[in-house]
Ligand binder design. Structure first.
Ligand code: C5P
Length: 327
């Protein structure tokens, strides 16, 4: 746990700060090797994640406390109080930096919730970047990354984006050198899957190993910009557990394979299925085929890798715009 920022002795709303909007991406796991269960309840993993072009947006506005409102995809399934990862991230930053002012987070979701795409982690990463800018806390990347890791295993990756190799419980992320662009079709399922439930099912059914497998073959394929090569080495150790909890996914995965996907995988703990294709045109063709097969709730075409959480709009401050909590 991070101790309090040395300079954080109570920053208030001395100035009026304009709203900040940050966009953060979903991820697909190219490799998720699961090792032993640790005493803290997490599994050691080797996780290669690719950030893809499906984004949530978070706008942070100066306010008294920290609060959130959620709009868009699956908004009803996302809590807006302390259960919201973005709220927790903002509060972690606020308490670390000793900020007195607050923020209202307006979360616009495109990434489905509990889908294996780390949408909640994207929102948390976006909230960290947005509040750091809003509150002028100016934390360095390492500190933001440590705060991100406290919020969840996938949050550091949502900050960095690109392709990352995650070790530990997935939160220790190093960037991976990647050539080329990869084209995917995502098949969204109705309803979500709980990550802890999928890991529990994994513990119940899989052969326990102490150390997670290495991801060398995936890392090597990524250097060759060859989707066919990558397709042959994709791996997700949670697939069997996710499919046991959601047997309908078998039909989705089979349909994608039959329609010519280079590879069909469950992303993370599911239930989203991801299909790798050879090109943008192949992606368009496959998306139409999967949509027509009626094996999922919706399809989405994405490409990766893309950048991590990043400020996209910071409207110019108007001289007359006064924040009510600063007077
Ligand atoms: O880190 P995060 O809060 O996203 O993890 C959610 C849950 O997923 C954990 O409480 C744990 O049950 C499971 N998990 C795990 N091993 C990991 C990551 C997550 O068992 N490496």
């Amino acid at each position: 746990m991070l101790s309090r920022h040395p300079a954080g002795s109570g920053r208030g709303l001395a100035q009026v700060h304009a709203p900040v909007t940050v966009r953060a991406p979903a991820k697909i796991n190219l490799f998720l090797g699961v090792g032993g269960l640790r005493p803290d309840g997490y599994h050691t993993v080797t996780n290669v994640a690719q950030a893809v072009s499906l984004y949530d947006e978070v706008t942070a506005r100066a306010a008294k406390g920290v609060s959130a409102s959620v709009r868009g995809e699956d908004a009803d399934a996302v809590p807006s109080g302390r259960g919201n990862l973005a709220v927790r991230a903002a509060e972690a930053l606020r308490s670390y930096a000793g900020v007195r002012s607050g923020a209202h987070l307006e979360i616009r979701k495109t990434i489905p919730a509990a889908a294996g795409l780390a949408g909640g982690s994207a929102d948390a990463a976006a909230a960290l970047v947005a509040c750091d800018r809003l509150w002028r806390t100016g934390l360095d990347r390492d500190t933001l990354t440590s705060l991100a890791a406290e919020c969840g295993s996938d949050v550091p990756f949502a900050l960095s984006g690109g392709v990352g190799l995650g070790t530990g419980r997935g939160e220790q992320v190093s960037p991976v050198l990647v050539a080329g662009e990869y084209h995917w079709v995502l098949a969204f399922a109705s309803g979500g899957l709980s990550t802890p439930a999928v890991y529990s099912e994994f513990d119940r059914t899989a052969q326990a190993i102490a150390d997670p497998p290495a991801a060398d073959a995936v890392l090597s394929a990524l250097r060759h910009a060859d989707a066919g090569l990558l397709a042959g080495v994709l791996r997700n150790d949670l697939t069997v557990a996710a499919v046991r909890l959601r047997p309908d996914l078998t039909r989705t995965l089979d349909a994608g394979r039959e329609l010519g996907a280079l590879a069909a995988i469950v992303s993370g703990s599911g239930p989203t299925c991801a299909f790798l294709t050879a090109s943008r045109n192949e992606r368009i063709r496959l998306a139409a085929g999967i949509a027509g097969a009626g094996v999922c709730r919706a399809v989405q075409q994405v490409a990766g890798p893309v950048h991590g959480a990043r400020v996209v709009a910071e409207p110019q401050r108007s001289p007359s715009a006064r924040d009510p909590s600063s007077s």
